[in-house]
Design a protein around this ligand. Structure first.
Ligand code: AKG
Ligand code: FE2
Length: 249
């Protein structure tokens, strides 16, 4: 069940074991296939697989990322749609159908996300505190594959104005995103806060125990209590709904 995470910021929900171990392995291998460049050993040539639905991995600030669903025109926040790869939409493990069933996107035209951003984090990598912005319906779902991590929420200092906004250095709330879990950011968590992931090799037992969903007992029973956890390669799928979609002729 998707549970609201109690804490100082409203709008965070968490669902451990959203997908099975087999689903996770399947998704990771499909992502590898669609994102990767393979060397054809016989011909000694690089071959690109199925590029109809995705442009493959791109380096972004030292991390790799790619997206499904199309590109978003920055000036107008309009999605130029491209079909999702089958493993997201039409076939097993039917991730977007599972998301639709949660009812989070019932007010959106398609009742489900229409854009997916994938980020790859190697141990030691993170993402600086940021806001996702207003191109999206303010409900964002993140599925974690391969490794857990800690997502931290930050706030701006005092009565921040658009021009001079200082981010308070200490996170106001943190969440342990286990592998195979779904984390939902909405409400104030989406509109009033920033979020980021510290670039670390290890999440200490203390840091994990401080996470609001761990404290509230919302994590999977497989989470080791009071143990440091080495980060492994994590691939996150951040699923969003872009309300403005360009009509293709
Ligand atoms: O990888 C994550 O869990 C967070 C990704 C994120 O915040 C983003 O892509 O906007
Ligand atoms: Fe984000």
């Amino acid at each position: 069940m998707l549970s609201a995470v109690p804490g100082p910021v409203e709008g965070l929900s968490y669902l451990p074991d959203f997908i099975s171990i087999a689903d996770e392995a399947h998704l990771l291998s499909k992502i590898e296939e669609i994102g990767g460049v393979e060397l054809d050993s016989a011909a000694g040539q690089r071959i690109y697989r199925d590029r109809g639905t995705c442009a493959g991995w791109k380096d972004l600030n030292g991390r790799r990322s790619m997206y499904f669903g199309g590109t978003i025109l920055p000036r107008t926040s309009t999605l130029v749609p491209v079909a999702m790869p089958p493993f997201m939409q039409a076939s097993y493990p039917h991730i977007l159908d599972k998301i639709a069933q949660l009812g989070l996107y019932d007010t959106c035209k398609t009742s489900r996300p229409n854009h997916v951003l994938l980020n790859e984090y190697l141990p030691g990598q993170g993402i600086a505190a940021h806001e996702d912005g207003d191109a999206y319906h303010p409900v964002v779902c993140t599925l974690s594959l391969g490794s857990g991590t800690i997502l931290e929420l930050y706030e701006y200092e005092g009565q921040a104005t658009e021009e001079a906004r200082t981010i308070l250095p200490d996170p106001i709330m943190s969440i342990y995103a286990e592998r195979r879990s779904l984390l939902v950011l909405s409400g104030a968590a989406y509109t009033a806060c920033l979020h980021g992931i510290a670039a670390r090799q290890v999440d200490s037992a203390e840091q994990i125990q401080r996470c609001a969903n761990v404290r509230a007992g919302l994590t999977s029973s497989a989470l080791p209590a009071s143990q440091d956890v080495d980060r492994r390669r994590r691939v996150s799928l951040t699923m969003r709904h872009v309300p403005k979609v360009k009509r293709l002729l």
